[in-house]
Design a binder for this molecule. Structure first.
Ligand SMILES: *Cc1c(COP(=O)(O)O)cnc(C)c1O
Length: 237
């Protein structure tokens, strides 16, 4: 594809995604504005990411520290960026002042490192706790059962604010199966909100990707993370 055609494709994709998000939001009694569309940029050229930004995408999701550091100066400025990939503790220092949220917190050890670096940088970092709802070996995230305990422990740390949960459920053939995972996640979200834990603000339920974002929205997602449906199929992950 030439550069021009890829740009047109991204614009068309974005329009379709927006329509689908709006329809799914309506189905759950909400409006399109209640659901933030995150553009997931892994492997995507900055020029194409900028097409999305120039057409109203204000939230980017980054998976890899080095890739983000390489690309960030080429992005149109002014967007918000969340880190969503597996994060090694020794790399926290490179992104601590370059993202506004880390969605992939899956251990106290990582949370402590984030807290330490946040203090050093004189900022407070918003985080989501990542849940491995399908108990898949291939995926990061904590077991659903320990979510509340982990959140309580993280909430005690300095310079960190728990803002909700994130998950990547298994890809399911049937929508009902996806709905089932998303419904369990929503239940965890609602249960923890109801506990009113100090320093925990359950604002974000980040779930739903290209294959399943409508089901996620129907179950209450308010951030959906979209890569391939927006930018096209990736060569690798
Ligand atoms: C890659 C990725 C996405 C987007 O995946 P698509 O299926 O391409 O939409 C969303 N969330 C995370 C954490 C990812 O790594």
């Amino acid at each position: 594809m030439t550069e021009k055609t890829s740009e047109i494709v991204v614009l068309e994709n974005l329009k379709v995604i927006r329509d689908r998000v709006a329809a799914a939001a309506e189905k759950s009694g909400r409006s399109a504005e209640d659901v933030r569309i995150m553009a997931v940029t892994k492997t995507v050229a900055p020029e194409l990411v900028n097409v999305a930004i120039n057409n109203g995408i204000s939230l980017l999701g980054e998976n890899r520290v080095q890739e983000y550091l390489d690309k960030r100066d080429s992005y149109v400025q002014g967007t918000e960026t969340h880190f969503i990939g597996h994060l090694q503790t020794n790399k926290v220092k490179y992104i601590i002042d370059k993202v506004s949220m880390i969605q992939s917190v899956d251990s106290v050890k990582l949370a402590k490192e984030i807290s330490k670096n946040a203090v050093k940088n004189n900022l407070t970092m918003d985080v989501l706790v990542e849940i491995n709802i399908g108990d898949e070996d291939s995926k990061s995230g904590i077991e659903a059962d320990v979510t509340e305990d982990l959140i309580r422990e993280i909430a005690e740390l300095e310079a960190i604010r728990v803002k909700g949960i994130m998950s990547i459920p298994p890809i399911c053939e049937k929508k009902e199966q996806s709905l089932n995972y998303f419904s369990r996640l929503r239940q965890i979200f609602v249960d923890i909100s109801a506990k009113n834990i100090d320093n925990v603000y359950m604002e974000y339920l980040s779930m739903g990707m290209s294959q399943d974002f409508e089901a996620a929205i129907e179950m209450g997602a308010n951030i959906v993370r979209i890569g391939s449906a927006l930018f096209g199929q990736r060569q690798y992950n």
